[in-house]
Each structure stands twice: as structure tokens, then as C-alpha cells.
Design a protein around this ligand. Structure first.
Ligand SMILES: Cc1cc2nc3c(=O)[nH]c(=O)nc-3n(C[C@H](O)[C@H](O)[C@H](O)COP(=O)(O)O)c2cc1C
Length: 381
């Protein structure tokens, strides 16, 4: 009898420990994921993911500028039911956060882009596959058929590579083409491990059979005519990624893009630009009525998502945190990162009196200078 009670007690203790484990793993902030990833990744891989260009001013200000924006709560609002749902490129989605294009996910976990795409699908997020991925367009499509997928390309010296990629992406069921416009050359960096390269067991899968030197394919002489050619060569909507100014936004709108992603590449390209969140209102004012304005660079919490939405972004993407989730626990880790963001966003919406995303309006955020009497609420950020 006593043995039976002992077994029951032991089982209870095990279950409790398991549920505590569960609470623990869903209770990690994005900063926690980054810290844990640092312990798992090699120093050179961690540095490659984290890096910013030149003196990292832009990389740092992407995060600082979010802190400079403050939230003004509303009161006496029924927030017992929070809805984060929205519509993006004619698709209903349950919330406005997706995984942006980042190269070489297998550096962080051998399941790579397949794990990230599956995690995106499980959390109702869009997955944007980088052309510099370590799993191919087709492999990701086959393994994650239920995830909404977009495909990112650079403009290449040889247009046949763009043509090949567009055809493959269309055939494999991707729903949009993202063209990165802020990288005609690499942003210069100063690193401890400057010779970092893809390990020999991995490859840039999309380029296999096309070239042995994918990094040398990107054009540094592309013009708006190349973007127009892409627009005329695919049936998919085209989105320009990496625009920070009203002038740039108007050019890509006039060329025929369906959307624009306000982004400074996470501070990895031109150092000295404004943060992405500071640039967002200018782009929204210039083209927000005509095309879909999206956002990335610096999002590290649900409060940041809230601020980007309040400033007019229709949808936002994360970059580095996906690697951190992957490194910690593969697909489950990426799901955890997205889940953390989702829970934080719902929490911030409830506490600020926003029951749905349509309540997350421009007047819900203000620059800190407002409290120093330097700005009126509603003044441009
Ligand atoms: C490791 C890494 C690789 C990236 N690779 C690409 C890429 O292949 N194509 C691209 O358009 N952007 C790339 N980016 C930029 C991201 O799409 C995104 O703009 C940026 O990471 C967002 O900032 P965040 O990391 O602060 O969220 C990369 C970023 C990182 C960190």
C-alpha cells in the first residue's frame, strides 16, 4: 500500500515538474532566447547573426528608438476579448507578425528554414524565405505546405537567376516576391571572426546547379528598370524591402509594387540611417493609402509590435530572434519566440485599452519629448 502511495506521489511530483517546465519555456522573453542562444552557438556564428555595420549606430538606434516612443493607455475599455487579427495581401491572418528573410538558418539548427517555416505556420505567421537559404524553395514548400510563404530575392547581375527563382517560387506556391533594395554592396563590418563562412556540410541550396559563387551574383548596378522588369515577369505581388524614405517609397509605388517593407536590414547595411521605426511615419504618410506598408528592424517585444502598428505598419517581421529560437530548440524554439511576442502583444493591447488592432491608432503613442514640453501629441515623430 505504502509503495503504491509512494509511486503516486512520485508521479505527481513528475507531473508538477513537467508543468513547471512548460511554464518556464513559455515564459522566456526574446532577450532570454538571445542569452540562451549565445551559450549554444559558436562565437563566430553568434557574431555573424548579431553583427551591425560600421560603428553599429543604426543597429543600436533600431532598439533605442523604440524605447523613446511611449504608450498612452486608454481606460474603461472592455478588453476581455483581444483580437489581433488582420488582413495582409488579401489573406486573413490571426496576428500581424511574420518571419522576415534571413540567410542560412541551418547555421543555428540543422532543421534550418524548414523548422522556421513550420513554426511560422503553427503560429499563424507568414514565412519569408531568403534566396540565400540553406533549404531550397522546393524543400521548404514541400515540408511546410500549410504555411503562407513569400520568397525574397536580390537583383542579380544575371537576370536569368531572378527569372529561375520567380518561376520556381510561383510553381511551389509562394504568394509574393520580396525584392531587397538596400544591399547593392555589403555593409562594411568590423568583426572578431571576419572570415566567417558557411561550413562545408551546408550549401546555399537555391543556387546549386546555377553557380558555385552565390555571393558574387548580386548586382550593384541595378536601377528602377530592373525592378520594373521583375514586376513584368511575375504574376505574384512584388514587395520592395529596405526602404526608409518617402522618396524611395514613392518610386517603388509608382513602379507598381504592392507593398513596401520599411527596414534598414537590422542595421547591417548603411550605418548612420535613422532607425527603422523613426522612418516609418514618413513612409506611411507618403504611400500608406496606396500600397501596403510593412516594417522590420529592432522588434524585440510585443510593445514594439504595438508601436509599429500604431505608427501605421500593417504587418511586421522579425529577423535575429528567429535564429535565437532556432538555436535554443529548433522549431519549438521559433514557436516559442513567436508565442512570446503574441502573448506580449495581447497583454500590451489589453493594458492600453485596445481590444482590436483597429484601436491601435497613431494617438496611442507619443515621443518622450512630449513630456518635456518639446512636442505636442500628434507632432511628427
Ligand atoms: C543573419 C541575418 C541574415 C539576413 N539575411 C537577409 C537576406 O538574406 N535577405 C534580406 O533581405 N535580409 C536579410 N537580413 C535582414 C532581415 O531580413 C531583417 O531586415 C533584419 O534582420 C530585421 O532586423 P532584426 O534582426 O532587428 O529583427 C538578414 C538579417 C540577419 C540578422
Amino acid at each position: 500500500m505504502w509503495l503504491k502511495s509512494l509511486v503516486v506521489l512520485a508521479l505527481c511530483a513528475l507531473l508538477e515538474a513537467k508543468s513547471k517546465d512548460k511554464i518556464k519555456s513559455t515564459n522566456l522573453s526574446l532577450e532570454d532566447y538571445k542569452d540562451k542562444a549565445k551559450d549554444v552557438l559558436s562565437s563566430s556564428t553568434y557574431e555573424y547573426i548579431k553583427k551591425g555595420s560600421l560603428r553599429k549606430s543604426t543597429e543600436k538606434s533600431n532598439k533605442k528608438a523604440f524605447k523613446d516612443i511611449l504608450i498612452r493607455p486608454h481606460y474603461f475599455v472592455d478588453v476581455s476579448n483581444i483580437s489581433t487579427s488582420t488582413n495582409i495581401l488579401d489573406k486573413d491572418v490571426i496576428w500581424p507578425v511574420g518571419i522576415g528573410p534571413t540567410a542560412m538558418h541551418r547555421l543555428a539548427h540543422l532543421d534550418g528554414e524548414v523548422a522556421s517555416a513550420l513554426a511560422a505556420g503553427a503560429q499563424g505567421s507568414i514565412f519569408v524565405l531568403s534566396s540565400f537559404s540553406t533549404a531550397s524553395i522546393e524543400e521548404v514548400a514541400e515540408q511546410a505546405p500549410d504555411t503562407i510563404k513569400w520568397f525574397q530575392m536580390y537583383i542579380y547581375k544575371n537576370r536569368s537567376i531572378n527569372m529561375d527563382f520567380m518561376k520556381r517560387a510561383e510553381k511551389a506556391g509562394y504568394k509574393a516576391i520580396v525584392i531587397t533594395v538596400d544591399a547593392p554592396v555589403h555593409g562594411k563590418t568590423y568583426l572578431k571572426y571576419p572570415d566567417f563562412d558557411l561550413p562545408p556540410n551546408l550549401s546555399l541550396s537555391n543556387f546549386v546547379g546555377i553557380t558555385d559563387r552565390p555571393s558574387q551574383t548580386v548586382s550593384s548596378s541595378f536601377t528602377i528598370e530592373d525592378l520594373k522588369w521583375i514586376l513584368s515577369s511575375t504574376s505574384l505581388p512584388v514587395i520592395a524591402k529596405g526602404v526608409l524614405t518617402k522618396e524611395g517609397a514613392k518610386i517603388v509605388r509608382d513602379a507598381g509594387c504592392t507593398g513596401v517593407i520599411v527596414s534598414n536590414h537590422g542595421g547591417r547595411q548603411l550605418d548612420g540611417t535613422p532607425s527603422s521605426i523613426e522612418s516609418l511615419p514618413e513612409v506611411v504618410r507618403a504611400v500608406g493609402k496606396d500600397i501596403t506598408v510593412m516594417f522590420d528592424s529592432g522588434i524585440r517585444g510585443g510593445d514594439d509590435v504595438f508601436k509599429a502598428i500604431a505608427l501605421g505598419a500593417k504587418y511586421v517581421f522579425i529577423g535575429r530572434p528567429v535564429f535565437y529560437g532556432l538555436a535554443v530548440e529548433g522549431q519549438k524554439g521559433v514557436e516559442g519566440v513567436l508565442d512570446t511576442l503574441k502573448q506580449e502583444l495581447e497583454n500590451v493591447m489589453a493594458l492600453s485599452g485596445c481590444a482590436s488592432l483597429s484601436d491601435v491608432k497613431r494617438d496611442r503613442v507619443v515621443h518622450w519629448k512630449y513630456y518635456q514640453g518639446l512636442l505636442r501629441n500628434g507632432d511628427e515623430l
